[in-house]
Structure formats: structure tokens, C-alpha cells
Design a protein around this ligand. Structure first.
Ligand code: DGY
Length: 433
């Protein structure tokens, strides 16, 4: 495994720019919010200074209202579309005066990333001092979510764009897109000059992505207006699981730092409500998994994805619920011919084993499932997730996503999207430790 470890380090160091990392050269040439967190976990194992800088740079781009953008455009690059001139996040009065960014966010990983960094650290007092210098920003980010993204005060925050979910083109969104009829925009894709178009979203899908942003822009990215008007408004179990996990991490860290009782009390209140709503509103009794909820059209979206299992990462599910989740995972995703864990239900007709989030295996989801299953005592299944992750990377390299079908790995190209992808390297490194 030493070679794999060294390779992972090579990928991370190769994608390090001054003060932050790109997820992947050319394809994603800026800093992305959730990528940045996972990358910091990898760096924490061999270069804590870079891990700390990675997180600090992201937090430096935080807006006055606590919002943290999904992409921070640190540098000029013409290899990416849509860039800052399309997003125009400066329309929002609270936006960063220092950095250009998008006006949407991504899953709130930063809280639990700080706790991971602390656990990995060999110099705990120094790491805790660093955490003390940034933790209030992360708290402010959670406050932003609960105060601006939870219109019914349910403890479940919404996302208003599929790019906020991180699971960009999942089939979960298809029915929402079918309610929209966006114009055909004139634009030049850049992603498909770096990656085979059959592994990326279609141009028509991009029309929808741009259309939602245009609606937000027309209203200067006002949260109230977005909640009222965005055709895409979803409560996502993956996004909310990460928020809950990060709340829990902030509680643990504030306790270690000392003081901050008010914040601990507030985080605990948020978490109690969020866990309750996850287990009522987002848990589907029939499917025995967690599902997304379409807040615009007031209905659950009854599809099974790897996000459906993610509440195991955040101690949300009861032992009975986990038993149900595991059964579904093994039945539908875990056949002997497959690596765990496909991003979308392989038994569903919308499954596409090569296309981005419509089927392929992703290392970050596997990392969360591995951690969660281990914690709930499913050590054998956790080990399988880990073994599968190592094996796909060993066979194909540090790709962005992978085919779940074992036969493809034995016969041809089975790693897709960008190569030398930072979080695949970072989280694999963490799994090997
Ligand atoms: C992309 O460009 O596909 C990114 O995933 C958006 O966040």
C-alpha cells in the first residue's frame, strides 16, 4: 500500500496552488467548497500546514451573512464554464469584496473536517489553537443555513440548485427539470474539452442549470426570493446529514476549547430538530431508506441513491433503520458483480454506470459510508466498502468516479471524469491510515 499512499500524496501536492487546492487540473481550476474539506483531511496526514491553509483560504471567502460559496475563483482561467462573469455573485450585498465566487453553496463539510484534522494531528494543542481561530466562521455558516434556508423551521435546510447538492446530475433531479422549460442558451462548454462528453451532463441539462442561476441573479441572490421563486428547492438527505455531522463536530470542538456555552446550546437545539426531521420527513418507510424532498412541489422524490444511506455517517438513523438501509444496499447495490457503492440505484431504469452522478462510484460517498457503517458495528460491510474503494483506485488510478461493474474493470477503462482527482487521493489516503 506504500505505493498507493505515495501516489495519493503526489496527486495532492500536484493540485496544490498557493494556499488552496484545485479538485483537478484543467477540469476544475479553482477552489470548491466540499472538495476543499475532503482535501484538507488528506493533507492533515502529512502536511498539517497545507490542511490548515486550505480551510483558512476557503473561510476567507465567506460572505458577511455567513454564506460560503461553492466555488472561489482565485485565479483567472478560461478552461472552465460558467466562470465569475456568468455568476455575478457581487449582486448580493453581503458577497465577498475580496474574492469572486459563485452565488450558491455546497455541502457543509468544514465542521467535521476540523474535527478530523484534530483527530489526525500529532500536535493537538497547536491544531486546537488553529481550530479556535477559525471555528466561529464555521458556526456562522451553520447559522446562515438555519436562519435563511429553513423556511418552515423544520431543521432541514434546502438547496436551490443541483450544483449545491454536489451530486450534480443525479436522476433525482430529472422530474424537477421536467417542470421547467428553460430557453436554449448560447454557451461554450469547457468540461467536455477535457472529459469525454458521454461521462458528463448534456447541453440540455446545462440549460436548466444556467436557468436556475439566472432566476437567482434577477433577484440579486436574495434568499427570500429564491425560496419563493426557484423552480428547484430541495431538502437533501446528504446535505443535511453533513450539516448534522458538522454540528456535532462543532459541539465536540467547542467543548475542548472551553467556554462558548451559548453556541453549544444552539448547536444542540439545531441538531435535535434536524435529526428528528431527517427521521420523519426524509425517511421513507416503504423504501426503508432516506429520500430527497421536493420543497417546491411538496412531495418526496422516491429514488434510492448513495445519499439515501449517508445518514449512517452522522448518527442519525436508529439501529433498526440502519438494518433496513444495509439490506437495501446489499440487495440493490451490492451484488457480487459490483463494487460498492453506486451513486444511483442500479436496478432502476435511470441508472447509467458511466455518467457522473447517475450511477458511478464516488470515493467521498464511500468514505462516509465506511465511517458510518463501522460506527454502527457493521464492520464486515464497512471493510468491503474500504476494500472496494482501494481496488478500484488501484486498478484505474485516482479518477473522479468509477464504474461499479467489476467486469468493466477487468476489460477496459473504468475510471471516468477527471484524472488525478484530489479528493479521491485525499480520502483514500485517510482510509489507508
Ligand atoms: C461542475 O462544473 O461540473 C461542477 O461540479 C459544478 O460544481
Amino acid at each position: 500500500m506504500k505505493n498507493l499512499e505515495n501516489e495519493a500524496k503526489r496527486v495532492l501536492l500536484g493540485n496544490w496552488k498557493d494556499g488552496f487546492s484545485v479538485p483537478c487540473a484543467n477540469l476544475y481550476p479553482f477552489q470548491w467548497k466540499w472538495d476543499s474539506g475532503f482535501i484538507a483531511i488528506g493533507f492533515a496526514h502529512f502536511d498539517m500546514d497545507k490542511a490548515e491553509k486550505e480551510v483558512a483560504t476557503l473561510l476567507d471567502a465567506q460572505w458577511d451573512n455567513g454564506f460560503i460559496p461553492h466555488i472561489v475563483f482565485h485565479t483567472k482561467s478560461d478552461t472552465y464554464f460558467p466562470g465569475p462573469e456568468f455568476h455575478q455573485s457581487e449582486l448580493h450585498p453581503d458577497s465577498s469584496k475580496k474574492y469572486k465566487s459563485t452565488g450558491m453553496t455546497q455541502p457543509p463539510v468544514t465542521g467535521f473536517v476540523l474535527e478530523e484534522m484534530y483527530n489526525i494531528s500529532k500536535d493537538k494543542p497547536a491544531t486546537l489553537a488553529y481550530i479556535n481561530s477559525v471555528i466561529d466562521k464555521v458556526y456562522h455558516n451553520h447559522q446562515y443555513f438555519y436562519e435563511n434556508r429553513d423556511p418552515h423551521q423544520e431543521g432541514l435546510v434546502y438547496i436551490y440548485h443541483n450544483w449545491e447538492s454536489g451530486t450534480d446530475n443525479s436522476p433525482i433531479w430529472d422530474d424537477i427539470f421536467a417542470t421547467m422549460n428553460p430557453p436554449h442558451y448560447e454557451f461554450t462548454r469547457r468540461d467536455t474539452t477535457h472529459v469525454d462528453a458521454s461521462e458528463r451532463p448534456t447541453n440540455r441539462e446545462y440549460d436548466h442549470y444556467l436557468h436556475i442561476i439566472n432566476i437567482a441573479k434577477e433577484h440579486n441572490y436574495s434568499d427570500e426570493k429564491i425560496a419563493e421563486l426557484s423552480p428547484f428547492l430541495v431538502q437533501d438527505p446528504l446535505f443535511n446529514s453533513m450539516l448534522i455531522k458538522s454540528n456535532e463536530a462543532l459541539i465536540n470542538l467547542y467543548k475542548m476549547i472551553g467556554g462558548n456555552d451559548d453556541k453549544i446550546k444552539q448547536l444542540t437545539e439545531w441538531n435535535t430538530k434536524s435529526v428528528h426531521s431527517m427521521n420523519t420527513k426524509l425517511y421513507d418507510e416503504n423504501l426503508k431508506v432516506y429520500v430527497h424532498y421536493d420543497l417546491r412541489n411538496n412531495k418526496p422524490i422516491p429514488f434510492i441513491t448513495s445519499s439515501s444511506f449517508s445518514p449512517v455517517f452522522a448518527n442519525i438513523a436508529t439501529p433498526e433503520q440502519v438494518e433496513g438501509l444495509v439490506t437495501v444496499m446489499l440487495d440493490k447495490f451490492g451484488g457480487e458483480d459490483k463494487y460498492l457503492c453506486a451513486s444511483f440505484d442500479p436496478t432502476n431504469e435511470r441508472y447509467n454506470p458511466k455518467k457522473y452522478w447517475r450511477g458511478p462510484v464516488w470515493v467521498n460517498l464511500n468514505w462516509m459510508l465506511y465511517r458510518g457503517l463501522r460506527k454502527y458495528g457493521y464492520s464486515e460491510l464497512a471493510e468491503r466498502v474500504k476494500k472496494d474503494t482501494i481496488e478500484i483506485v488501484e486498478k484505474s488510478g485516482f479518477y473522479e468516479y468509477f464504474d461499479a461493474r467489476k467486469e468493466i474493470h477487468n476489460t477496459g477503462k473504468a475510471g471516468y471524469g477527471g484524472g488525478d482527482f484530489s479528493w479521491s487521493a485525499a480520502l483514500l489516503l485517510d482510509m489507508l491510515k
